[in-house]
Design a protein around this ligand. Structure first.
Ligand SMILES: Cc1cc2nc3c(=O)[nH]c(=O)nc-3n(C[C@H](O)[C@H](O)[C@H](O)COP(=O)(O)OP(=O)(O)OC[C@H]3O[C@@H](n4cnc5c(N)ncnc54)[C@H](O)[C@@H]3O)c2cc1C
Length: 395
């Protein structure tokens, strides 16, 4: 097993690091690590800079407009961005719907959608979860009935991240109510401007408007916007959810939080720096650094296995990365908040304008509260444990 980077991979890491240093706009850099979510404008701006370099669609092969990165390059690329952290190329476009379109879409769909998905001219959101269909996604009930050359869609989606700023939604709908639940599902692309769509905000505990409810009432969707065969949507969704796992450990993000927590603990205006003498705090920093090193090595082992297998299939061991990655994201965010103390408590970003310690500690509470969701979205921790028990431990 080879867990070290080759000289070419190290040169690539240095190239990515230098590109971020030289090209990340100053206003976005100023927010790095201080906000739970970047604004749409920041995500679009950075995405376009990466696209101009040919790197935005980091997962895509060259033939579809991607850079053709190897799994190791993809890992290095993502971790370098998370370490800052920069905004990430929009996952809904790049990791999720893009690969579905170039793998299962028609030539006309590829020509129409792929360039706009890659460039972020069209921002996609993910309409999968429904009330009563989250972990058990195949229980979804949103229906699509055929009428001429259209589907008439009715139902409700929930927790739809960024639906309020999205141009399109990729959506799972039930097209055959009589079939076994996994067999009656289709995969549609829905223009968010279509009459009959209502988006209602869900404001989460971190004070953010990131998630939404989406109501679909007699929404007309052309048959031409269905990807692949009718009633085969579950296959495409499984493929998509497998891709969602790539880079899920987010080691760089947690490492950045630990570093920031240590620098806050060393003393900022309004805090005396005595936390660095606290044995309990020191122990937590060391434990987290050990956990992050173990997670990094686990991620590299899984990549090495993928590199040697080279069949593009997701590895069930990536559930370990999701499970432990989410837990360390939470632990590092908790450490950051504890280091920031009362100065990090305000959710109101305007308090940072007071300067001094408030500016240094900005965002700690929002990041901590936002991280609570990491063990839920993208497949909850309990579901990952079920996969690990079955597919890895053979229980
Ligand atoms: C911040 C955030 C953003 C999200 N963004 C999106 C999005 O953009 N698009 C989208 O489609 N969805 C999104 N989701 C939804 C997310 O995918 C679901 O919340 C997740 O799949 C869990 O489903 P649920 O909420 O219905 O909980 P449930 O499935 O009802 O689970 C409730 C509890 O029961 C446990 N549980 C369920 N089944 C089992 C089992 N078989 N064995 C053991 N324990 C079990 C779960 O682990 C959980 O603790 C988002 C969620 C959050 C929190």
């Amino acid at each position: 097993m080879d867990l070290s980077f080759s000289p070419e991979e190290i040169a690539f890491r240095d190239e990515v690091r230098a590109f971020i240093r030289d090209n990340l706009p100053a206003d976005i850099r100023a927010k790095a690590g201080r906000v739970a979510h970047f604004d749409k404008a920041d995500v679009v701006a950075w995405h376009r800079i990466l696209d101009a370099r040919g790197w935005a669609a980091s997962h895509w092969p060259r033939e579809h407009g991607g850079p053709g990165f190897s799994p190791v390059q993809r890992y290095i690329f993502m971790e370098e961005m998370l370490r800052v952290p920069t905004p990430e190329p929009l996952s809904f476009n790049i990791n999720m719907v893009g690969p579905v379109v170039y793998t299962f879409g028609s030539d006309a769909q590829k020509a129409r959608f792929l360039p706009r998905i890659r460039s972020l001219d069209w921002w996609f959101c993910q309409g999968f979860s429904e009330p009563g269909a989250g972990s058990d996604l195949a229980a979804l009930r949103t229906s699509a009935r055929r009428e001429g050359d259209e589907y008439i869609v009715n139902g409700q989606k929930i927790w739809t991240s960024t639906a309020h700023v999205a141009d399109w939604m990729f959506c799972l709908v039930r097209t055959d109510a009589a079939a076994k639940k996994q067999e009656g599902i289709s995969f549609l692309l829905i223009d968010m401007r279509t009459p009959g769509i209502t988006v209602r905000p869900i404001i989460t505990i971190d004070g953010a408007h990131h998630t939404n409810e989406v109501f679909l009432d007699d929404v007309r969707v052309p048959l031409a916007n269905r990807i692949g065969a009718e009633n085969k949507g579950w296959d495409y969704a499984k493929f998509l959810l497998g891709n969602e796992r790539t880079g899920i450990a987010r080691v760089g993000l947690s490492q950045g939080r630990v570093s920031r927590a240590v620098s806050l603990a060393c003393g900022i205006e309004g805090l005396d720096g005595s936390l660095t003498d606290d044995q309990g705090f020191r122990r937590r920093v060391i434990d987290l650094e050990i956990d992050l090193k173990a997670l990094e090595i686990t991620a590299l082992r899984i990549i090495d296995r993928q590199r040697r297998r080279n069949d593009g299939r997701p590895d069930p061991a990536s559930s370990v990365l999701k499970l432990r990655g989410a837990e360390t994201q939470q632990a590092s965010a908790q450490l950051l908040l504890d280091a920031a103390g009362r100065l990090g408590a305000p959710l109101d970003a305007d308090l940072a304008a007071l300067g001094g310690g408030f500016a240094e500690a900005q965002g700690a509470a929002a990041i901590h509260l936002g991280a609570r969701a990491a063990t839920i979205y993208g497949g909850s921790s309990e579901i990952q444990k079920n996969i690990i028990a079955k597919a890895i431990l053979g229980l």
